[in-house]
Design a protein. Structure first.
Length: 92
């Protein structure tokens, strides 16, 4: 199971826990690109700390793939614009 799903389950099943509060703040910080105190992670139990580290790893990979997908989309759009411009100039 992906770490993101595990974190979601933890937050839903243990909403009053320190781990749920810390992990949800971490997620909001990552999404909004705001500061997060790393010392808050050290207050987690080892299991939750490792979960947070895996979450960071997955988040980084997902951002890489999202960026790659956006780059691919821009490239496709660019080639379509070039092809359309070529057709327009051939038709003149």
């Amino acid at each position: 199971m992906r770490t993101i799903k595990k974190v979601r389950r933890l937050i839903l099943n243990q909403p009053q826990s320190q781990a749920a509060e810390t992990l949800s703040r971490l997620i909001l910080s990552l999404e909004n690109e705001t500061e997060f105190s790393i010392s808050d992670l050290y207050r987690l139990d080892l299991k939750e700390f490792e979960l947070a580290i895996r979450l960071l790893e997955e988040w980084r990979l997902d951002r890489y793939y999202e960026g790659k997908a956006k780059l691919f989309d821009v490239s496709v759009h660019y080639h379509q614009l070039v092809a359309d411009a070529a057709k327009a100039s051939d038709g003149k």
